[in-house]
Write a protein that binds this ligand. Sequence first.
Ligand SMILES: Nc1nc2c(c(=O)[nH]1)N[C@H]1C(S)=C(S)[C@@H](COP(=O)(O)O)O[C@H]1N2
Ligand SMILES: [Mo]
Length: 326
Amino acid sequence: MPGIRGPSEYSQEPPRDPCLKVNAKEPFNAEPPRSALVSSYVTPVHLFYKRNHGPIPIVDHIENYSVAVTGLIDNPKMLFIKDIRSLPKYNVTATLQCAGNRRTAMSKVRNVRGVGWDVSAIGNAVWGGAKLADVLELLGIPKLTGFTTLGGSHVEFVSVDRCKEENGGPYKASIPLSQATNPDADVLLAYEMNGEVLTCHHHQRILNRDHGFPLRVVVPGVIGARSVKWLDSINLLAEECQEITKKEKVKEEKIKWNCIQAWIKEITKKEKVKEEKIKWNCIQAWIKVDSAANVQPENVESVWNLRGVLNTSWHRVLLRLGHSNL
Ligand SMILES: Nc1nc2c(c(=O)[nH]1)N[C@H]1C(S)=C(S)[C@@H](COP(=O)(O)O)O[C@H]1N2
Ligand SMILES: [Mo]
């Protein structure tokens, strides 16, 4: 693990914003107040939810930091930050959401296992980095490939953090090679978040250890679990990796990757928010469809599961109206 290591205890955690609501201290899991999600289109880094399975890794020597690319690939290679930075840089605005978001609401139906999240384990960021499709091309795997010559069909991302749920082993997750090599899927090896630099360098401003410093994966459109932080190695596998979420048999949830707030605004504009008057000066509002007319389940009871994931039921919000003509 050149240049980066995963500590086994929590004495070297980064500082965090005191307004975050802490759902678990060690490992650190916290979400912002609800207002943070709608007060700006892009969620500020310090307010972005933090979802960890172990202590935050430590970078000792950024110049030694490298990512090993191994497995079912003809030419295994070490990639340095400079190799990744030499590729074209893309900024992708994408929403990350934890599969456990809104778990607390689910636990009200019946007990569930896992960190209790309110509604803010979701955030919208501008991720800057190289496209994984370009990185893999550099290593001899062409764009839009389903199988390597050695039979690799899944790309596994391995971190260095030591996770309780993995018995002290690293966090890992995989995606299909066809997705990884598709430039339109926008899978990134990201070194920036909201223009702040995840990479440690003397003239650079912010070290963002909570969100994957110095390099993380961002997989737009699927549950946050795929977006592995503190990337240590990339392995080409013949099968999907046995990762935390796979064991839990979590179904992938498609989410919009460019916007929370704009989406809400648009819905309001098109008056697709159904409103129900429940008190003189309150309305209850909720969102239940997307632009493709996919309808969310009406009640949390119908989506309850033991792990408390993927609570996609209508999120009802009570709005206080003050003086209004309603
Ligand atoms: N190495 C590593 N990557 C990880 C995790 C982790 O614990 N360790 N958590 C995953 C989960 S479950 C989510 S929802 C997202 C959260 O990313 P964030 O903490 O930057 O919001 O990171 C994913 N990547
Ligand atoms: Mo997650």
